[in-house]
Design a protein around this ligand. Structure first.
Ligand code: SAM
Length: 272
């Protein structure tokens, strides 16, 4: 696999495009483990974002019924189409943040790190069984951080509202060509059942996490402009805010249900 990759790189005189997060996996074991983690069989339809030179795609095609691989770099799309003859893989040329997703039930990808956050939120708008994803280590740590942790952030809360995320393996930078500046990690993501998923008001979450170490009350006061309140509005309702649920809790300790309570209070009082 490593030989195949480097022979393609030299045949097409490829320079990795760092703007597209092109760091290709060169360690077959990692690919095998991720394919195993996805628990694939012939009934599965897998979505892959960023097939690159097809090393992971090749393994996926051997274990799943169907693979859709979305690649933005037209040069790589040309190479994939010329070099492989997969009967069950469809390469979709385009930006994974914009193209319409085909129906799928699993996702396996070594993601371009530039789009980690928006692509994760896009995934979470779909129903699927399981995703096995490689992210930058720091991002992965934030995804799985628990309320009260040093890394607990807006991302942690938003992921927690919709899914179970587990960091299952740390990957050193030597596993990629070219070597990235930071380490990576594998995350297994499983959406919660629909009726357990919590839709949070993103403006409110952003406003709160602007001051993650403050109390809820202090954060709301400091970020009132982000909730569309003018100075005058704010002065008028200042007193009311004291009764907001979880007022004394620190923002980085909030669970999604707490944010729902806060949202309910603000809405009932015409503040949101
Ligand atoms: N899967 C390959 C591997 O593991 O070796 C390549 C992974 S590389 C980290 C990320 C891939 O995503 C690159 O092929 C890059 O061109 C592609 N890419 C970057 N931005 C993209 C986007 N917005 N939509 C689809 N593909 C994208």
């Amino acid at each position: 696999m490593r030989e195949r990759l480097f022979s393609l790189i030299s045949k097409y005189n490829l320079k990795a495009n760092s703007d597209l997060g092109q760091n290709f996996l060169v360690v077959p074991d990692i690919i095998e483990r991720n394919v195993e983690r996805a628990e694939l069989n012939e009934n599965d339809t897998v979505l892959e974002v960023g097939p690159g030179l097809g090393v992971l795609t090749d393994a996926l095609s051997q274990h799943a019924g169907k693979v859709y691989a979305i690649e933005k770099d037209s040069r790589l799309v040309e190479i994939l189409r010329a070099e492989y003859d997969w009967p069950n893989v469809e390469i979709i040329e385009g930006d994974a943040l914009k193209v319409e997703f085909p129906a799928f039930n699993k996702i396996v990808s070594n993601l371009p790190y530039q789009i980690s956050s928006p692509i994760t939120f896009r995934f979470l708008r779909y129903d699927f069984e399981r995703a096995v994803l490689i992210y930058q280590l720091e991002f992965a740590r934030r995804m799985v951080a628990e309320p009260g942790d040093r890394n607990y952030s807006r991302l942690s809360l938003m992921v927690r509202a919709k899914a179970h995320a587990e960091l299952v393996e740390r990957i050193g930078r030597g596993a990629f060509w070219p070597k990235p500046k930071v380490d990576s990690a594998v995350i297994v993501l499983e959406p919660k059942p629909r009726d357990e998923r919590i839709e949070l008001n993103e403006d409110l979450v952003r406003a709160l996490f602007q001051h993650r170490r403050s109390t809820v009350l202090a954060a709301l006061k400091k970020s009132h402009h982000m909730l569309g309140m003018s100075k005058e509005d704010f002065k008028r309702v200042r007193g009311l805010l004291g009764a907001v649920p979880h007022a004394g809790k620190r923002v980085f300790q909030l669970v999604p249900e707490d944010v729902l309570d806060i949202e309910g209070f603000l809405k009932t009082n015409g503040l949101l």
